[in-house]
Write a protein that binds this ligand. Structure first.
Ligand SMILES: Cc1cc2nc3c(=O)[nH]c(=O)nc-3n(C[C@H](O)[C@H](O)[C@H](O)COP(=O)(O)OP(=O)(O)OC[C@H]3O[C@@H](n4cnc5c(N)ncnc54)[C@H](O)[C@@H]3O)c2cc1C
Length: 399
């Protein structure tokens, strides 16, 4: 039987697996991830700020995917892909494939800033977000607060700063350092200005047009020569692709993203598909390809899954027609900004839109069952801690 291997159980990988399995193909599908859980990365800032339990952003992969004898969840660390031999190398053995989907997401982009990797924490992974949370608690306990520097004034940096300010009012001195002349440079100017006003209400300092040159253990140095003392530096500066496709010799752009065609197949590598942050997906008015966002990763994963099914049946794969529905960001528990179609929402309406975007995602990936089970529909009930359960794993050292 032919085997489809999906690497990564994130936004793109889970959606691709769901598309493939529901088609009841004459093929075995193996989804490989290093963890048991699909992580709701967009809510990581709440974990870091202490407003959400780590278990609240983890959804069991086993529960999200249908029970199907032709689907195997393999908990393993992917080490490399050999496109000539058509094999995936993991810490649990070698997995041969007929079709592979790379959906391993991204890593923080440090732009070569000295000391950033060593001294700054990020929100890219749950363990790092949990380290931010613990460090904030330790600082509050040991010295009643401290100086926090957030590098990056995009959506993640702004959401995180607002959440920390709201949940630890007065304890921390917060500074956002932004290389661009404005915060939220990719957003509508009115929304960015509203967000800036909200940050200023929380006494969050914003250093705009100030690239960071060095991150040290207790400070951050700026190009202007200024040095900001920092008890905790959090890097939200950007994202680059997971290094595996580049190491596999696949054609990649400057950020390590696999160059795929409109059907999400890697250029010159039939049978190798990529979706999400790991893929450079061409788009008519975007010379750098589609941006790395969860909403696009979902659409790309879905189309990649459909296309693998089509190719397997001997049919032509179809191009992705991506739709950017808008953006929404929370500025603490009650305020937010949102940009949906021609509507620009701020304040409570912006916050509600942000919550609706999360519910929409959860409904899309897990249906009503997930919303009820995870208690997301009831703000009064916190999400339950799920007991650690091993993923059904039919694989030994080799599948
Ligand atoms: C803090 C933060 C906030 C964000 N907020 C938003 C937002 O509000 N809206 C929005 O649209 N986008 C947002 N994004 C971007 C969005 O989260 C990403 O675009 C999205 O997660 C990409 O999905 P993906 O499937 O490509 O990768 P991911 O969702 O990151 O999934 C990758 C999967 O691969 C697995 N994996 C990685 N390497 C290996 C390996 N070697 N072996 C085995 N498994 C591996 C991981 O465990 C993970 O499950 C945010 C990103 C961050 C970091």
């Amino acid at each position: 039987m032919q085997r489809i291997v999906i690497l990564g159980g994130g936004y793109a990988g889970v959606r691709a697996a769901q598309e493939i399995v529901r088609r009841d193909l004459d093929a075995e599908t193996v989804l490989v991830d290093r963890g048991h859980y699909h992580q709701v990365v967009t809510e990581m800032y709440r974990v870091a700020a202490g407003a959400e339990e780590p278990s609240g952003v983890q959804l069991s992969l086993r529960r999200l995917l249908p029970t199907n004898p032709r689907l195997t969840l393999l908990r393993a660390e992917v080490r490399s892909v050999d496109c000539r031999e058509r094999t995936v190398h993991t810490d649990r053995g070698i997995v041969p494939y007929k079709y592979v989907l790379l959906a391993l997401g991204g890593d923080p982009e440090y732009y070569g800033v000295a000391g950033a990797r060593e001294h700054a924490l990020t929100l890219q992974y749950l363990d790092s977000a949990v380290r931010v949370r613990r460090r904030l608690r330790a600082l509050a306990a040991a010295q009643g607060g401290g100086r926090i520097v957030i590098v990056g004034g995009g959506l993640t940096g702004v959401e995180l700063a607002s959440e920390i300010a709201e949940h630890a009012a007065g304890k921390f001195t917060l500074t956002i350092v932004q290389a661009a002349p404005t915060i939220l440079p990719e957003e509508d100017a009115k929304l960015a200005s509203y967000a800036q006003g909200e940050l200023e209400k929380h006494h969050i300092e914003i250093r705009r047009g100030e690239p960071v040159t060095d991150v040290l253990a207790r400070s951050v140095k700026l190009k202007s020569g200024a040095e900001i003392p920092s008890d905790l530096t959090i890097w939200t500066g950007g994202v680059r692709a997971n290094p595996i496709p580049k190491e596999a010799g696949l054609p990649c752009d400057g950020r390590g993203r696999v160059l795929v065609d409109e059907q999400l197949e890697a250029q010159g590598h039939p049978g190798v598909f990529a979706a999400g942050d790991i893929a450079h997906v061409p788009a008519p008015r975007a010379p750098n390809g589609l941006p790395p966002t969860a909403q696009l990763a979902v659409q790309e994963g879905r189309q990649a899954g459909r296309n693998i099914a089509l190719v397997l049946r001997g049919e032509e794969p179809k191009p992705l027609h991506a739709k950017i529905l808008g953006t929404a960001a929370a500025l603490g528990d009650r305020h937010g900004i949102a940009h949906v179609g021609r509507f620009r929402l701020t304040g409570r309406a912006g916050h509600v839109m942000h919550e609706l975007a999360l519910l929409r995602y959860l409904y899309g990936v897990g249906g009503m069952g997930l919303l009820e089970r995870e208690a997301y529909l009831s703000w009064a009930r916190p999400p339950r801690e799920e007991p650690a359960s091993p993923i059904a794993d039919k694989a030994g050292t080799s599948v």
